[in-house]
Design a protein around this ligand. Structure first.
Ligand code: NOJ
Length: 753
């Protein structure tokens, strides 16, 4: 094996000042249990399988489920994922607690990403709400449902910052920004875990993927990330740290390599930073098969070597590599692996099981009656509608929106117009296929009884089979639905055209080289516009798209994302003005894929331009700015910013400065604006971005009303990973900027002494 020689004292680093507090009562119990355990039993706790555990299904076969059952009974399995439902989890748990020598309960994990049964907007969409209470609430509801259905642990939140919408998993995170991502990471962790991890409606959260998974080259999933320590510390890690500070019980490592070391085998990430500097006392699970994949990376010679590297590096639990169980006992016996590392990993697993209350009652989450009473509760469905509403971003409006409910005829057209499945998104938990309220249904429910609603697909988005795990095949030739769509548009007072992505176009393994509208969608837009100019485009998608054609020709565009179970109702709420849109993009929309990766928070370079001659940092065939910048989103009212000022020209490290602005609702109706504060550090020991989000506030104002919005900045808010390798603020000149998006800001200078 190739890992650097690891000193055990360093591997089991003394917790740092920020260490997560340990419960002495639990620690005692863990000690006592560990003392009774054989080496094989300790390793068993580190072993996690995916199991379609189905007690009523076909008989388990040799080499398949039967072996898993045997291993559970022998105490060789610590956790299962993908075992669904109170009944199945109870039966799987019985195998462990009624048969294994020490009766150590299993715990069950599942990807509860944006809902378990009641489905909320995809995380990127929900992030557009900038509404931390709403985001926490949706995670709380998801946890309540999943915990009633046997789960103890969700593999969420995904807190990977990504600046490349080609990456299909940008859908699962909070977008391009570190600060917004950190705030959302904390909200999601709090929502999943609730007040007490041992409560029957709590799930242990898992901050993933540690780290830099969102920085895969060319946006290709699983691809190499090669970023500097500065980018790692300043851009990638803060949301993970925020998740940890919010109490995240577990972390998941990552498929990608970073700087030549697979994250799963990275001592630097897991031992030095996470468990050392940050004092993380929870458990790290590998990603699915990522220990074994170190062989493909060319970092481990074989599975035994991979097990050795991963454990040394601090991967506590082996998800489906099947590397630890066969190899760790031998590695310990031969002296290659110190048993203290196995003890430490097993301790982290057992600690979590005690914290979850599983030793008190291993069946606490496996209650069929509670499951039945909890899934899809009416109040959860109402919340899904409210959160979906908050997530929508009005990208363009020439005055066509909001629509009147008593309009004569509305044509609802497009491949996604009556799609009841795509709004559920790709990671839909146990959301029932085709169970979302479609846009057509939402509109039909909202309009006046006199209004005529006509519908035509125009052109299907995909052909043939679609879904998990099949790749979407796009319709590029079947125009047979065009005439009906054109006819419907012709006779309508207004057209609502639903375009975007298939649910399975974004998500894991769904990276794309071209993020323009697929198939015949732009053509359909043109055909409809040719007969009716009053077209509202509603976008449903899991990633930022490159849509210059739509921006140019459609008078109104509403970004609805994959909005979840209540999508159609929530979109109708916004289209007809029952809700005034307030969402802001958590990730900018590029003009073309060639601009990627891109962030508003880029560096200035030595040649920022713009210049009249050619020698500056740009593309000669396109402007540098995105089509819609980070933080952008319109409302049915308008807001004006004024009086941007700093409370003092300078402050010192023990003090603070306030930056304020007066926000006025200059339109004719009440609305909510997300006021955003950005900062630029003008000179640093390493170069600093041209802008960094440092604060935001959602402000609701009646028409004509004004409010002073104030942000307080302390030295800690200006800190970054300096050239000296310290997290601190450097004295000097700064600019603060306030506005309603990352582009349109007003600035004021201040300095730190
Ligand atoms: C692989 C994904 O990368 C990870 O995010 C997920 O939690 C696991 N599969 C388990 O489904």
């Amino acid at each position: 094996m190739k890992t650097a020689v690891l000193l055990l004292t360093a591997a089991l680093a003394a917790p740092s000042a920020t260490a997560q507090a340990l419960d002495p009562v639990i620690e005692k119990k863990v000690d006592a249990l560990l003392q009774q355990m054989t080496l094989e039993e300790k390793v068993g706790q580190l072993n996690q399988y995916s199991s379609a555990f189905d007690p009523t299904g076909p008989a388990p076969t040799e080499g398949g489920a039967a072996d898993v059952y045997k291993q559970i009974k022998a105490g060789q399995v610590g956790s299962l994922l993908n075992v669904l439902g109170a009944d199945a989890t109870r039966k799987a748990q019985q195998l462990a607690v009624e048969n294994s020598r020490l009766k150590i309960p299993l715990f069950f994990g599942y990807d509860v990403i944006h809902g378990y049964r009641t489905i909320f907007p995809v995380p990127l969409g929900e992030s557009a709400s900038w509404n931390m209470e709403a985001i926490e609430r949706s995670a709380r509801i998801a946890a309540t449902e999943a915990a009633a259905a046997g789960q103890h642990w969700t593999f969420a939140p995904m807190v990977d910052v990504s600046r490349d919408p080609r990456w299909g998993r940008i859908m699962e995170g909070a977008g391009e920004d570190t600060y917004l991502g950190a705030r959302i990471a904390a909200a999601r962790v709090k929502g999943f875990q609730g007040k007490d991890l041992a409560a029957v409606d709590s799930l242990a959260a898992c901050a993933k993927h540690f780290a830099a998974y969102g920085f895969g080259e060319a946006g290709r999933d699983y691809n190499t990330a090669d970023i500097s320590e500065q980018t790692l510390r300043n851009v990638v890690l803060p949301p993970f740290k925020a998740a940890l500070d919010a109490g995240a019980a577990t972390f998941m490592n990552s498929f990608n390599e970073i700087g030549g070391i697979p994250a799963t085998g990275s001592v630097h990430l897991q031992r030095d930073i996470l468990k050392g500097e940050w004092g993380f006392s929870g458990m790290v699970v590998s990603d699915w098969g990522s220990i074994g994949e170190m062989i493909d990376h060319g970092y481990a010679a074989n599975l035994k070597d991979a097990a050795h590297i991963a454990l040394n590096a601090g991967s506590d639990m082996d998800m489906e590599s099947r590397a630890y169980l066969p190899h760790l006992p031998g590695l310990v016996k031969s002296g290659a692996v110190d048993v203290k590392l196995v003890d430490d990993a097993a301790r982290r697993v057992l600690r979590l099981k005690f914290r979850l209350g599983l030793f008190d009652d291993p069946y606490r989450h496996s209650d069929v009656a509670r499951e039945k009473a909890t899934l899809g509760k009416a109040e959860f469905v109402t919340a899904a509608r409210e959160i979906a509403r908050d997530s929508m971003v009005l990208l363009k409006n020439d005055g066509l929106l909001p629509l009147a409910k008593n309009v004569g005829t509305i044509a609802v057209i497009g491949p996604l117009a009556n799609d009841k499945d795509s709004p559920l998104g790709n990671w839909r938990g146990t959301g029932v296929a085709n169970s979302a309220v479609s846009l057509l249904e939402g509109i039909e429910a909202a309009v006046s009884p006199q209004t005529k609603v006509v519908h035509a697909v125009g052109a299907a988005l995909a052909t043939g089979q679609r879904g998990f795990p099949i790749e979407v095949v796009y319709n590029t030739s079947d125009r047979s639905g065009f005439p009906a769509a054109v006819e419907a548009a012709k006779s309508a007072d207004v057209v609502v055209l639903a375009l975007g992505e298939d649910a399975f176009q974004s998500g894991e393994g769904r990276s794309q080289a071209d993020i323009r509208l697929k198939g015949l969608q732009n053509e359909l837009l043109e055909a409809v516009l040719a007969v009716n100019t009053k077209v509202v485009v509603v976008l449903m998608n899991g990633r930022p798209l490159a849509i210059p054609e739509v921006d140019k020709s459609a008078p109104a565009i509403l970004e609805a994302w994959f909005a979840g179970s209540q999508a159609g109702h929530a979109i109708a709420d916004v289209l007809f003005g029952d809700a005034n849109p307030s969402g802001k993009l958590p990730s900018g929309f590029p003009r073309a894929v060639g601009q990627l990766p891109y962030s508003y928070s880029h560096k200035n370079t030595g040649r920022p331009g713009p210049k009249t001659e050619v020698f500056w940092a740009h593309h000669t065939d396109l402007t540098n700015d995105p089509l819609y910048p980070f933080g952008f989103g319109l409302s049915y009212t308008t807001f004006a910013y004024g009086n941007v000022k700093a409370s003092a020209p300078a402050f010192d490290k023990t003090g603070s400065v306030t930056i304020s602005a007066t926000l006025t609702n200059t339109g004719k109706r009440a609305g909510t604006e997300v006021v955003q504060l950005y900062v630029r550090d003008l000179v640093g020991s390493t170069t600093r971005p041209v802008k960094e989000l440092k604060g935001f506030e959602r402000v609701t104002l009646q028409a004509g009303a004004s409010k002073d919005v104030t942000f307080t900045l302390k030295a800690a808010d200006l800190a970054f990973y300096t050239a000296a390798g310290r997290w601190e603020a450097e004295p000097g000149a700064f600019k603060a900027m306030i506005g309603g998006n990352s582009r349109d800001v007003q600035e004021v200078a201040f300095s730190l002494r």
